[in-house]
Design a protein around this ligand. Structure first.
Ligand code: AMP
Length: 117
């Protein structure tokens, strides 16, 4: 079972921000912004490339509710998902990072930004 499934099953503790039947939002263990929340579907999906449009529809509404709950709906936030090896995905359970609480730097982070990929 993957680490985020263990969090969903309460085998690993987490700092829950919000949840409903299908989705869970919890604080990232190593925050990269004043607000850094992970938003996941409770049912395991490896990555964005594999997720259904139906799940994404529910996740969209849930993410908007999370943003309102933590007070970044008006100030703004970044919502990103790392997909697969080149995208830098480390945990293979779909998750969106919600980053906010201040201006978020933009770093394209390609190893060689000057070559076309
Ligand atoms: P990614 O690199 O997109 O796969 O992001 C994985 C994220 O999961 C990282 O930001 C980690 O800090 C975070 N993370 C890993 N384990 C835990 C955990 N047990 N609780 C909260 N966040 C975690």
């Amino acid at each position: 079972m993957c680490i985020f499934c263990k969090i969903v099953n309460k085998e690993i503790p987490n700092n829950t921000v919000a949840q409903n039947e299908d989705f869970l939002a919890f604080n990232d263990l190593h925050p990269k912004a004043p607000i850094h929340i992970l938003i996941i579907p409770k049912a395991h999906v490896d990555c964005f490339q594999d997720v259904s449009a139906e799940t994404m529809a529910g996740l969209t509404t849930f993410a908007q509710e999370v943003a309102s709950k933590v007070g970044v709906d008006k100030s703004g936030y970044r919502l990103i998902t790392n997909n697969g090896e080149d995208g830098g995905q480390e945990v293979n359970h779909l998750h969106f990072h919600m980053l906010g609480g201040g201006k978020i730097a933009w770093d394209h982070s390609h190893e060689d930004n000057h070559k076309s990929i």
